[in-house]
Design a protein around this ligand. Structure first.
Ligand SMILES: [Fe+2]
Length: 286
């Protein structure tokens, strides 16, 4: 096991020490991923799980799924309502401190999705979620940027929150720790090079465990060989200027109503600036 796991003390959970934050930064720098034993209290996770189970069983998540079938899994945007609207979830103090350390104080929530791997879901291809590139086209010829992009700090981080215990059988996320360093190379690496250079790690563990991964870290879902659907939350945070191309054609990519947004404490409201409800309508209102 090379990916570090952070277990928060009671004090750390309220306000992580600079020692804990340095550990997180070092792990993200080295592996592009870090796990948390107890970022969220179990009672809150159970309520999040119940809300997803309800929306899954009613079919509404499937009906509003993003137009992507990912090897037998479906992904859907989750609205910030009910337990998802609790600051203990979206503005958990340890989460806020770690994200500020990784993405800067003015980071934003980019999206909240659930990915449900149905029984029989098969292995998802190895991929990264989105690179940033500075290629240009000069007289029809592609000119790649050859500067040192791999040294950039993260611009987007996903917090994966499994809503069940993750085993080798029910479709854990496979991660190639350290692979984030190659993703922005002028010539991106292929699957074989990544597999050769970085030993794969499957993110198994008890219910309550969650993990961060850098948007550049190669990963992929493993098969769900069980008879139960496997729900996880993918909570994406970005620097204020980054826009996730994966949700570019989706409206809203961040689902929170004006009423719910009004219930967000003022000190956390900027987290939701990418939501339509947070925008000033200058012409017609949707
Ligand atoms: Fe992904």
């Amino acid at each position: 096991m090379s990916i570090a796991t952070i277990a928060f003390s009671r004090k750390d959970a309220k306000q992580p020490s600079s020692r804990t934050l340095k550990k997180v930064l070092a792990a993200m720098d080295r592996d592009g991923a870090v796990a948390f034993a107890n970022l969220f209290p179990l009672p809150l996770l159970r309520r999040l799980r119940a809300e997803i189970a309800r929306r899954h069983s009613s079919g509404e998540l499937r009906a509003r799924g993003l137009v992507r079938d990912i090897a037998g899994r479906y992904a859907a945007v989750v609205p910030f309502e009910g337990p998802f609207l609790e600051p203990a979830f979206y503005a958990n103090p340890a989460l806020r401190a770690m994200l500020a350390a990784l993405l800067g104080e003015d980071y934003r929530i980019s999206s909240l999705e659930t990915v449900i791997a149905m029984p029989g879901a098969y292995r998802q291809h190895q991929h990264i979620d989105a690179p940033i590139r500075f290629d240009r086209s000069v007289a029809g010829r592609k000119v790649r940027f050859k500067g040192r992009l791999p040294e950039l700090p993260p611009y987007a981080v996903t917090l994966c929150v499994p809503l069940c215990g993750m085993t080798e059988e029910n479709g854990p996320t496979a991660i190639w720790p350290g692979s984030h360093r190659l993703a922005l190379r002028a010539r991106p690496p292929g699957e074989r090079e990544i597999a050769r250079k970085f030993p794969v790690e499957r993110m198994t563990g008890a219910f309550g465990r969650s993990f961060f991964f850098d948007y550049r870290t190669f990963h992929g879902g493993m098969p769900n060989l069980t008879a139960e659907p496997r729900p996880v939350l993918m909570f994406v945070f970005t620097r204020s200027w980054f826009r996730d191309p994966n949700t570019a054609d989706v409206f809203p990519r961040l689902a929170i109503s004006e009423r719910s947004l009004a219930r967000v404490p003022a000190r956390h409201r900027e987290l939701f600036l990418l939501a339509p409800a947070a925008r000033r309508a200058l012409w017609e209102k949707r």
